[in-house]
Write a protein that binds this ligand. Sequence first.
Ligand code: UDP
Length: 448
Amino acid sequence: MATISSHIAVMTFPFASHPSALLNLVRRLAASFPTVRFSFLSTAKSNQAIFSGQHYDNIKPYDVSDGLPEGYFFAGNVHEPLEAFMKAIPGNFKEGMQEAEAEAGVKVRCLLTDAFFAFGGEMAEAMGVPWIAFWVGGPCSLSAHIHTDPIRSTVGDIDTAQNAEQTLNFIPGMSKIQIRDLPEGIIDPREMPIAHELHDMGLKLPQATAVVLNSYEEIDLTIITDLKTKLKKVLSVGPLTLTLSSPSKSDESGCLPWLDKHKAASVAYISFGTILVPPRSELVALAEAIEASGVPYLWSLPDHSRNHLPQGFVERTSTRGMVVSWAPQLQVLAHSSVGIHITHSGWNSVLESISYAVPMICRPFFADNMLNCRMVGDVWEIGVRVEDGILTKSGTMKAIQLLLSDDKGKELKENIRLLKDSAVKAVGSNGSSAKNFETLEDIIGSCC
Ligand code: UDP
């Protein structure tokens, strides 16, 4: 790298798809500002996962403490690493930033943080630099967090179990969202370990110089218009993956050559994201549905869950199916053979499915999954939620049949094709995302 002209500290929430989503934004910015150093602060585990085999001239990873005691053994409680990390912030980031400044010999002139970090506002203010917050989810979930107080005051005193289907028609663009779709902790903070931090985030984000989203305006115009009245600057710059060249991981399992052998739009691609493990009973039901429906499938399933599949399933379906521990999802969804995406409805997965016009069967599990699933099924009409919200053999078979053969499936396919076209337009020259990215460049350029 040439002489470092300026320095941006990037602070990541080191769980699930958050670091790789933020890295996508940083990769684009780093290409626009080749002499600016981007110090990417995350835990060693997360940095190792997303930087392995990758090198970027002006992006430098720095490991910060994960807050876990020396020799910590992960025994399966996912809350432990999360709670330890939340106790370590912001001290661990301050230390990491000092190290990065000393090494670069240039002071940090801008903070780019995961929007989860409300402390970013105070830190940036104390340093006299802009705070750019990156929201990893979609506009709908951001709106739910920004409106947490009105939601609590409007529905907080009713029996939410009894009124689970009540809609949020008092929030612009959210009239089809039901109480039961909200992420855990929005109504009852006791449901979620970091609910207080997320509430705090909703209150602090209006101070951010800009809130950047991996989305595009046309997909949720009403929500975005409302968010623009609450936040200083809302910059939807996505889908980022449509603007980046190389994939994050290679095709070690040979998914792409395998897909080449199948007919157009015939394969069901199955994945539940980076951290989620569906219950064994649902994995069994899904496998049974896949086997009975005869659909070709490509299943991204972590090794530790493989033994939950029914005995002999992989062997019996080996001529038309493949189970891998990780798939190059972007290229898989871009492949012409893939016709269905069975997903937990994580935001990145939904946006990637839209980017390549693959209709979805959604089985939402946690966080923003239920909101995204509602948008997919009832607002954009580009997929279906599995019957009764859980994977059963008959419900999944019905959904597969609907997407592959029924007229309704054709309609969903057409809807997602139109949405994909608008996504492509948004990132193209003069598109809304392209213009928002220029605004972001101006903000960064003015402090660098
Ligand atoms: N992903 C992938 N290969 C896999 C499984 C997941 O590339 O085998 C990627 C996927 O492309 C997406 C991310 O992991 O970018 C999952 O993000 P999402 O927001 O959908 O879910 P999360 O993991 O945060 O629950």
